[in-house]
Design a protein around this ligand. Structure first.
Ligand SMILES: Nc1ncnc2c1ncn2[C@@H]1O[C@H](COP(=O)(O)OP(=O)(O)OP(=O)(O)O)[C@@H](O)[C@H]1O
Length: 486
């Protein structure tokens, strides 16, 4: 590869400061990205990663510091686009009421003329097949009919696509948060090919394995500053976690020893066409695994609706639900952080139909400390929180209820490793106290924490794994037709 091209600076942010009221989102951060490299960007929730992305992408003007593209100081979205910067945002940004091809047109303004629709269709199809060979997305469908994983794939494909000018830097903010391991692997392989051909990628992820295996260089942010910037080969998981300011904890293996007692607290026939019955017992953590989009979310929704069909709030709801697609069905975007947290327990926080402000604030304060929701004030709007911190609020919302069963739809999307470890411990202690969790996860590390796992394939349960049978090999074998779990 050309050594000069390697050294070429695509984007440089120097001494960048951005404040939102009292919050210093960026406090003098420096980030340089050169041609032909994948830079991994990691840091705790609220460290400033999405903010620096917005600055580089030209959507946010820094209060101090400079941005240069190819050595030329400039600002704004037009300048960043002109220099080949593309961004796949953490909160996906496709227009839901347009088709996949129409969304490609929105992103690529040079798709013009009478044949633009055909061209757009060809562009996305080609790009999707290059990145995710074997995908089954219909590019003529309207985006709101796609699953969250498919939307993520489409947005990635559109960003890497080239019409007149090729992308020079593609920023991927949590690109695999909704993708299963197979799709995530395909994307990481494509990133490596793109970088080898001279392109640049800024990869933000809380899944440290993919950062370590894909990046050439890793930048660690903490509290709005860059605290480490070294070749990826000089980091291992432990040193990376420590650089982020967290502590690596050993995962206990006691979950495998759990003995089922009493009657099932949940027993549900899922798919009338098959004999898929999902059961759960008090104190169990039941995992739903398999390739993404094979019916796990639908199963959770079916279970939830069968218990809460009338939608009336009750003092002791039987089940709570942690949404994975927080933008679509998780957060109330015009409400405060506190109201978003307390909305599922209003009955319990009220006396004589009046909500007790004091009790609500006390609950908010307790959970803010327990899972470190990073905000100076719980009355701030929910959208003032970083993505991972919003997800923590949704998690707290479910745990605050007295529900005996908690359904979780891939709830750790974008949550940092320190908090994840905290949440895993909360799950264990709540399960020991008799709560039941039914947990769909796209991460194998989380599936391993479960007592029992149902592997889904084509909308039905393909296998049930217990204790030591819960291995990646068995989950993968059961995920594909013809595979046999041992
Ligand atoms: N529009 C906003 N208004 C107020 N505060 C904001 C706004 N956007 C970001 N912040 C704050 O700036 C800080 C940095 O947020 P940012 O989204 O950059 O973090 P992050 O590192 O991307 O976190 P995550 O891993 O959770 O995505 C956070 O404390 C966040 O609450």
């Amino acid at each position: 590869m050309n050594e000069i091209a390697h050294e070429q600076e695509v984007v440089a942010a120097r001494g960048v400061k951005v404040a939102f009221g009292a919050v210093r989102a960026l406090d003098g951060a420096d980030l340089v990205i050169r041609a032909g490299e994948c830079v991994g960007l990691v840091g705790h929730n609220g460290a400033g990663k999405s903010t620096i992305v917005n600055v580089i992408n030209g959507g946010l003007t820094p209060h101090e510091g400079t941005i240069s593209y190819g050595g030329e100081v400039a600002q704004g979205i037009t300048a960043s686009r002109a220099h080949g910067v593309r961004c796949v945002f953490q909160e996906l940004s496709l227009c839901p009421n347009l088709t996949v091809a129409e969304n490609a047109r929105v992103m690529h303004s040079d798709l013009t003329g009478t044949g633009w629709r055909k061209q757009a269709l060809a562009l996305v199809k080609q790009q999707l097949s290059d990145i995710f060979p074997g995908h089954t997305i219909d590019c003529e469908s309207v985006v709101e009919d796609l699953t969250i994983a498919e939307r993520q794939m489409v947005e990635i494909a559109i960003s890497f696509g080239a019409v007149a000018d090729r992308p020079r830097l593609v920023i991927l903010d949590e690109p695999t948060s909704s993708l299963d391991a197979g799709l995530a692997g395909q994307l990481m392989a494509y990133v490596r090919r793109f970088v080898e051909a001279g392109g640049s990628v800024l990869l933000i992820s809380h899944i440290l394995g993919e950062i370590l295996s894909t990046s050439n260089r890793i930048v660690v942010m903490k509290d709005g500053k860059v605290v480490a910037d070294k070749p990826a080969s000089q980091f291992q998981t432990r040193s990376l976690v420590e650089a982020m300011g967290s502590v690596v904890r050993e995962q206990g293996s006691d979950r495998t020893a759990r003995v089922r007692t009493g009657d099932a607290v949940l027993s549900k026939q899922l798919n009338p066409r098959s004999d898929s019955r999902l059961e759960a017992y008090a104190g169990e953590i039941v995992g739903l695994a398999g390739l993404g989009g094979h019916g796990q979310t639908e199963a959770l929704l079916e279970i939830y609706l069968s218990a809460n069909g009338n939608w009336w709030p009750t003092r002791e709801p039987k089940m709570a639900f942690v949404a994975g697609d927080r933008g679509l069905n998780g957060t109330f975007s015009l409400w405060s952080i506190l109201k978003n947290l307390s909305v599922s327990s209003l009955k319990a926080l009220s006396s004589r139909s009046m909500i007790s402000d004091g009790r609500e604030a006390e609950v908010g304060d307790r959970w803010r400390k327990r899972i470190e929701i990073r905000t100076p004030d719980m009355d701030n709007p929910i959208l003032s929180l970083s993505g991972g911190n919003q997800q923590k609020v949704l998690f707290a919302r479910a745990l605050v209820t007295t529900s005996k069963i908690v359904l979780m739809d891939d709830p750790m999307r974008g949550v940092d490793i320190g908090t994840k470890q905290e949440v895993y411990e909360i799950l264990r202690s709540e399960a020991s106290a008799g709560r039941t969790f039914i947990w769909y996860s796209t991460e194998m590390d989380e599936i391993r924490l479960c007592d029992r796992v149902y592997v889904f394939r084509d909308g039905a349960i393909a296998a049930e794994l217990v204790g030591e049978e819960i291995t990646e090999a068995n989950v993968l074998a059961a995920s594909f037709a013809g595979g046999v779990a041992v």
